[in-house]
Design a protein. Sequence first.
Length: 98
Amino acid sequence: MTYPSGKYHVDGREIVYYNERNGYRAPAYHRLDLSATCILKKTAKYHSELSFGLYNAYGRENAYMIDFRTNDDDPEKTSAYQYSLFRFIPSISWNFKF
């Protein structure tokens, strides 16, 4: 990741200064995905099964995006804000082969 190194003001605008490109690491990203498949019917002509899944089973809020903004309490400081999309994502699918 590239974090801002500083900022300065020109003509009333705030300009962010970046010193080292890709000099930092993003927070660790990991998740546990679980799934189970139940075979409903299996014959010589067709095969039917139902699958259930759960992405990110333990609900870790992984960083999707990190935004840098001016701190509301102290305008001279910049704060990093982490955004996460989903905690748990359930899924279900029906597979039919013929």
